[in-house]
Structure formats: C-alpha cells, structure tokens
Design a binder for this molecule. Structure first.
Ligand code: PGA
Length: 252
C-alpha cells in the first residue's frame, strides 16, 4: 500500500540540548494536528537516536538513521551496523544521500550492499537518487537516475521492493533554496515508478512511496505533494524547525 511519508533529515546539525528541544517541539506540534494518514519520520544524527526514539514511543513519529555500514559487524572502526540500529528500535534508514555519494565516495554498489544489510533486519531503506545540475543541463538526468535505481535496488525481491522508499533529490535543489517545479518532480517520479513497473510489475510500482527532497518547505510542499506520483518529502533545512516540519507534514 502506497504510504504518505514526510521524513526529516537533520544531517550533521544540533548539539544535544538543541536536538532535545527540537524533538520535543515536533512531538508537541504533532499533538495539535490530526495526521492519521501521514507517516512522520525523524532522522537525527546517531548520538540522538536513543533520545528521539524514546520520545517517539510516546508520540506519533518514527525514527530513522541517516546512514548504515555496508558491513555486517566486526573490525570497522567508526561504523554503525544495521543490527545495532534494529536493536535500538530504528525502523528507517536513509541510504545513498548525495552528500554521502559526494563526500564519502559512496557508489551504487555500496548503496546496494547497505540496502541488503537493512533488509536483513527489516529496516526500511529510504534510498536517495538524483542528478547534478550539469547532468540535468546536458540531458543526462534520466540515464543517471536509471543507473542509480537499477544498480542500487534491482537486486531486491518483489516483496522487498514494495517496502523500499525512494527519495528523488535533485542535487541542484538541496540546500539551495531552488526547488524543482512540481512538474519537474512529477516527471522524474513517474519515470522512477515506470522503471520499477518494468522490472517488478505495475502493482509493486503503484505500492512504493516516492518522496521529493530539495528545498521543500512550508511554501511549496502543498503543490509538490499534490502531484500524483509525489508521496511526500525528505526535508533537510526545514526539518530543523518544529513548526515548519509539522506544517509540511500537513501539506497533503
Ligand atoms: P534541503 O535538504 O531540504 O535542506 O534542501 C534535503 C535533503 O538533503 O535531504
């Protein structure tokens, strides 16, 4: 069943007291609105996962991590395994964000491995794809996105594929204040759904949630979420303000 999802990606922001204030602010704001058919996910940095999941248990949101190791366990200093996340009641994990692809050289193959680790412990991956401005301007964006989807996800079984969340995040729109138009988002979302339909069938493609990310805010969320293939958003900057984030979650 296709779900409406709004996920907040805090990235590497906030010290503990600020994270505490924000997560409590979100919990409070959620009480004041009726969000029956929208899944709200908060993805804080690792050190705040426990805080966030403790508050989440009493509130109406789920918790996700921003990254996971592609390795199972063992001598990988600094890494966090999927099993560790599962053990902390984390239900989602962002994988393949463009910042990880760019600064940490993550490849589609790494992303495929991470997605495998997550499914081994039943954590839902939120897999990010998206093109650079240069790739869009040279008309290569469809090819780039196809490669990211095929190499990152097409090793999955049908059942696993139905449980993947894909986030389309054009790199030129991330943190720039320059949002994709709702038509640009719809075009790529329907392209991605079409790729999934070709490999896994229409029913699976219809069931997966595809989120838009990139300067999504309280002003543009409604128009973006009104598109038939946009099932919600992955929110960066605007997820650091409790009221804005919750307002975005009410924008369907
Ligand atoms: P932004 O980031 O909303 O600040 O553009 C989105 C993201 O990187 O997930």
């Amino acid at each position: 069943m296709r779900r409406r999802i709004v996920a907040g990606n805090w990235k590497m922001n906030l010290v503990f007291s600020e994270a505490d204030d924000l997560v409590n602010g979100i919990a409070q704001a959620l009480i004041e609105c009726d969000l029956d058919d929208v899944e709200v996910v908060i993805c804080p940095p690792f050190p705040y996962l426990e805080l966030t999941s403790d508050i989440g248990e009493e509130s109406d949101f789920s918790v996700g991590a921003q990254n996971v190791s592609k390795f199972d366990n063992g001598a990988y200093t600094g890494e966090i395994s999927a099993k560790m996340l599962e053990d902390m009641n984390i239900y989602y994990c962002i994988v393949g964000h463009s910042e990880r692809r760019k600064y940490f050289n993550e490849t589609n193959e790494d992303i495929a491995e991470k997605v495998k680790r997550l499914f081994e412990v039943d954590i839902t991956p939120i897999v990010c794809v998206g093109e650079s401005l240069e790739q869009r301007e040279s008309g290569n964006h469809f090819g780039i996105i196809k490669k990211q989807v095929v190499e990152g996800l097409f090793h999955l079984s049908n059942e696993q594929m139905e449980n993947v969340i894909i986030a389309y995040e054009p790199i030129w729109a991330i943190g720039t204040g320059r949002t994709a138009t709702s038509q640009q988002a719809q075009e790529i979302h329907s392209f991605i759904r079409g790729l999934v339909a070709e490999k896994y069938g229409k029913q699976t493609a219809d069931n997966i949630s595809i989120l838009y990310g990139g300067s999504c805010n309280t002003q543009n969320a409604k128009e973006l979420f009104a598109m038939p293939d946009v099932d919600g958003g992955l929110i960066g900057g605007a997820s650091l303000k409790a009221d804005d984030f919750v307002k975005i979650a009410t924008s369907f």
